[in-house]
Ligand binder design. Structure first.
Ligand SMILES: CC(C)(COP(=O)(O)OP(=O)(O)OC[C@H]1O[C@@H](n2cnc3c(N)ncnc32)[C@H](O)[C@@H]1OP(=O)(O)O)[C@@H](O)C(=O)NCCC(=O)NCCS
Length: 381
């Protein structure tokens, strides 16, 4: 474990001309355990939502201090970059994946190379800790390009007519209860999501943690980051499920699954129909049982007139897309390239894929960019 503080000599600049105005010595290193609160205080300066970051830092059992990188200037932490410990499916192997998130520098310390130093340390740390690939979600693509991440296109799906899906009416939408339903849902996740590349692998502890921290930052303060988890019953068994949150003001189905098989896709359609009706404020015609108070997440309390479409991923599952279209809800795609990947350990990938390192790295990027791959929003960090 590398605990030694690194010295960072950095210069500030003015205009186009990079002039060494000052040289300082700053610590750039992994956080100490007793700095956890200070890291959250720093992140709360980003957009005033300490609780959002706290859920990941406190509720993820795989969060550890070595993966929380900080820059300290004397008495204060001035920047942080965090590595989230995940595993993803690549060609049916669970590959250790470092997710980069919570990248933040105090405003008065920006443009001095502080986050750059932390990003370089993040790469070294991930290699040392055995991560083989890294994922991040970014708006500043060129910033992350400097450290080796490359943007990859992926498609979001917009379901504008889910409420009018024409589906069988014997399904019942229930609310998820962890102790009653998790075993069945985890098995369905392994069967459904496990078929696709790039999905996160979750054991029981990862599932329980994910249920505590998934969700996302609300667009409007007070809208919460909670999730609404529904299961679709076909008689006594669960035939489909969906997890919904409010993401930047839209209803985001951040993960779903259904049993593979001929008629089971209908259970998925019934689930989307129920969610579409709830989001539109239309009378719900799909049968329900259980506690559905969280269905209010499908509406924006501050902007009730916001569009009530469902956003999710479906491109990985052409059969489902066809079934949606055939039942009256054609899928529209929105292409996004805020999705960035980096290979950290070409040699390890080479052994996994039985290829030369350069070919293995290229193969990994083919998988990341393949429309049949999916990374659920529920696994975001
Ligand atoms: C993004 C962020 C973390 C960058 O932090 P930073 O410490 O200023 O980063 P750096 O100084 O290492 O690099 C920032 C920029 O300065 C440039 N830079 C770095 N060192 C420099 C130097 N010595 N001289 C001139 N420019 C320099 C980099 O090229 C980079 O350019 P860009 O802003 O046009 O992309 C910071 O702006 C921030 O906290 N923003 C709000 C939170 C956020 O958006 N996080 C990222 C989400 S994707």
């Amino acid at each position: 474990m590398e605990r030694a503080a690194r010295d960072l000599r950095f210069c500030s600049y003015s205009g186009d001309r990079r002039t060494k105005l000052q040289t300082q010595i700053m610590e750039v290193r992994s956080a100490h355990h007793n700095e956890r609160d200070e890291v959250l205080d720093l992140l709360s300066r980003w957009y005033g939502d300490r609780a959002f970051f706290e859920r990941y830092n406190r509720l993820d059992p795989r969060f550890r201090d070595e993966l929380c990188l900080v820059a300290r200037d004397g008495g204060q932490l001035v920047s942080t970059v965090q590595i989230f410990d995940r595993a993803i499916n690549l060609d049916r192997q669970a590959v250790p994946t470092g997710g980069i998130g919570s990248v933040f520098t105090l405003e008065e310390y920006r443009h001095k190379g502080v986050a750059s130093a932390l990003m370089r340390l993040a790469v070294d740390t991930m290699v040392r800790e055995g991560f083989e690939v890294s994922l991040l979600f970014a708006e500043r693509l060129t910033f992350y390009n400097m450290f080796g991440w490359r943007e990859v296109e992926r498609k979001f799906s917009i379901l504008a007519a889910a409420s009018s899906l024409d589906v069988a009416d014997h399904f019942v939408i229930d609310s998820f209860e962890i102790e009653r339903d998790l075993g069945e849902i985890a098995a369905m996740h392994r069967k459904y999501s496990g078929r696709f590349n790039v999905t996160a692998v979750r054991d029981d502890s990862a599932w329980r943690a994910n249920l505590k921290f998934a969700g996302n930052q609300p667009l409007h303060p007070g809208e919460g980051s909670e999730e609404y988890f529904v299961v679709c019953r076909d008689g006594s068994r669960i035939a489909a499920y969906a997890r919904v949150t409010r993401f930047h003001g839209v209803s985001m189905v951040m993960e779903y699954g259904y049993l593979p098989g001929g008629v089971e896709v209908d259970a998925m359609l019934a689930t989307f129909k129920y969610l579409g009706q709830s989001a539109s404020g239309l009378p719900v015609t799909v049968r329900t049982t259980g506690d559905h108070r969280r269905a209010s997440l499908l509406h924006s309390s501050s902007k009730p007139a916001e569009p009530s479409v469902l956003v999710t991923h479906t491109a990985h599952d052409p059969r489902l897309e066809k079934a949606l279209g055939d039942a009256g809800c054609p899928v529209a795609h929105h292409v996004d390239n805020n999705y960035m990947w980096r290979v950290l350990a070409p040699d390890k990938l080479a052994r996994r894929f039985a290829m030369a390192p350069a070919a293995a790295s290229a193969h990994a990027f083919e998988i990341f960019a393949d429309s049949r791959s999916v990374f659920w929003t529920a696994d975001r960090f």
